[in-house]
Design a protein. Structure first.
Length: 262
């Protein structure tokens, strides 16, 4: 698997003072037993195509999860290396120890949890629908989508695809290879409606004036969390750090900033 050749980043503690060093690795004896501390390196797997959590643009990564992980690496006092992964390959890459943790809007699922643990959740949401504005009256409920002749599109390899397969068997399912060009398929009329997370739907309708969120509710609730390899010391450190970041309002702040930035 290829690494983000241009995304190799060394994060110095002084660059991201969002959480003080007193809360980080310097005061956590247990964390110093983790493989991350011994290497002084944190390998982060990122699909990089899921706004507003993590997106790739040229030689840069941005989004709320990227901001969160930079602050986490600073608190750990380790350098951070972004490793390219994808939704179809996420399970395989975790099994093969290609990264220490993965982020980018990753939902907690039984299949993933069986391979490696998750942190405490930092975001909760559910699936909803977006379509062309002119078609909004057609897809106001899940029943409207689960019909013969409806072209339902999702990105490959994530929970969007698994929910679509399980709950919308009557629709004609189009599985697009990534989560960036899929929205252009909707705009071009090559699919009728898309199933995605409510947070992404609300962001994308701001970016694409032709699209709207046709279903105001959500289905198939999911929590998002940091997916962490089997390293108890690393998991415990991240959970303690994340609890403080959530309580301080930093996690919500990173998400809101990413949404405003489009």
């Amino acid at each position: 698997m290829q690494k983000y050749s241009h995304f190799l980043l060394t994060i110095l503690i002084g660059l991201f003072p969002l959480i003080s060093k007193s809360q980080g690795s310097m005061g956590d004896t247990a964390f110093k037993k983790s493989s991350v501390w011994l290497k002084r390196e944190l390998r982060v797997g990122v699909p990089g195509d899921y706004a507003p959590f993590a997106m790739a643009k040229g030689d840069s990564l941005y989004g709320s999860d990227i901001s969160m992980l930079r602050a986490l690496a600073a608190a750990m006092d380790v350098r951070m290396i972004f490793v390219k992964t994808s939704w179809p390959n996420l399970l395989r890459d975790m099994k093969e120890n290609r990264f220490d943790l993965a982020i980018g809007g990753i939902s907690i699922t039984p299949e993933r949890s069986a391979i490696a643990p998750f942190s405490i959740p930092y975001h909760s949401g559910g699936k909803t629908f977006i379509c062309l504005r002119k078609d909004s009256i057609r897809f106001t409920t899940p029943t409207d989508v689960n019909r013969t002749g409806v072209g339902l599109i999702v990105n490959k390899g994530g929970t969007n695809e698994s929910v679509a397969l399980a709950q919308f068997p009557l629709a004609t399912l189009f599985v697009y290879p990534n989560n960036t060009g899929v929205f252009d398929e909707l705009v071009a009329g090559r699919a009728d409606v898309m199933l995605t997370d409510d947070t992404e739907a609300d962001l994308k309708v701001r970016q694409y004036p032709q699209l709207c969120r046709s279903f105001k509710g959500t289905i198939a609730k999911y929590d998002k969390a940091i997916w962490i390899k089997n390293d108890k010391a690393l998991l415990n450190f991240i959970n303690k750090w994340l609890q403080k970041a959530i309580k301080a309002g930093q996690v919500d702040g990173w998400l809101n900033a990413a949404i405003r930035a489009k």
